[in-house]
Design a binder for this molecule. Sequence first.
Ligand code: SF4
Length: 481
Amino acid sequence: MWDESPKEECGIIGVFAPDEDVARMTFFGLFALQHRGQEAAGMAVADGQVISVYKNVGLVSHVFRPGTLEELKGHYAIGHTRYSTTGSSLMRNAQPFMIETMNGPLALAHNGNLVNSAELRDEMLHQGVGFSSSSDSEVMTMMLARDAGATWEDRIKVAMKKWVGAYSLVILSRDCVYAVRDPWGFRPLSVGMLPNGGYAVASETGALRTLGCETIRDVKPGEIVTLSANALTVTQALPPVSPSAKCVFEFIYFARPDQTWDGVNVHAVRQRLGEELAREFGLRIETENRIREDGIGDVVIPVPDSSTPAAIGFARISGIPFNDGFIKNRYVGRTFIEPTDSLRKRGVALKFNVIDENVRDKRVVVIDDSIVRGNTTGPLIKLLRQSGAKEVHMCITCPPITHPCFMGVDMGRFEDLIAHKRSVDEICKKVGADSLTYLSVDGMMRAVGRADGFCQACFTGRYPVQVDLMSAKTGFERGTK
Ligand code: SF4
């Protein structure tokens, strides 16, 4: 398998800056959100009259060139980085979507997934509306063009009442940027004040800091935040759902460690995930009478990069020394050039090399953020054994993923998930580890620091919104954003 990580969702950004080159600012904001989607990038810029859009397949730095940015003139902008599933749909589904409406041009970029998009789409098809893509974001854009209301804010409010599921949005009219978050609060979205006047919104606070924002607040669940020449205004369009359903996977895997969400820093949570895991690992080994006089492991290594803070936390609590074991080529899998067959057979070895000296003759404890399909874990363990590791103990900083995500994260269908219908011991045997420890749901939530207010459905099967489980059994095209 080339890469089995859950696919990043999408990054969105919006900027209003009266005296700045907003296209260039949006570019650097997108650059800071690259980790949330590497398949396509796009931006829409408004100058008070017209909206210009540029989007293409590829990394942010490949899509935009100095000449491209110079043609995108204006003081209002939105941008998007996207993960997409199939080659043929890459360009069609790239965002922002832009349409001309009775009320002027409109562009939209979306992070999330509506669980009722099929019904909304059918309803619009029956009304004679055509679509150019399979994306629910286009359905949302068309609904805004169709819905009644005196202002864009009114029309957004009308549409929000019909949207069920995850949506953090940036919407651009000819003279405004709107930031919208669903009432469950699934995906993050924050707004900050720019140092030279104006405002920016982004999926992660790291992107806002890149632009120089200092005063930053979350766009709260159910809010519409409007960025315009007049001021920044906040409207509670829908009452927030209580408890909220923030995606806990943002903390485990997706977000960059410098992200602070709802006052909680991702890096700190990942260290605590490692600490909690160390306690549960120790308990498990003790219960199984595996503890020896010389301890329970010789070295703790992370699967880079997102597991590194957790491995540091694990080492601190367990007393087992931390070291690097894998070196990751960060750029493999982010190229459109397919490997030759003989290279493909090398599988994860193309992406990871082992530092033999750090694992040879050692009992190695490997910290990884998650196991989704399980295609990578076995080969990683094999690489360690080939490098002379005596024992390999896998420790995972979240519980087994037993259910698919319907809210915008591509984890595959039920049958794709290694933990669906398999016990931990069966998985351990399948991947060839000496032991396998998953963090418990309670341990995960202790690390996050809040008992409720989070979606944990991929671990528990308890979805915060009604979903069509059959669609994840029989297959469907997933609009992952
Ligand atoms: S199902 Fe999992 S990945 Fe999807 S929103 Fe919930 S916690 Fe996040």
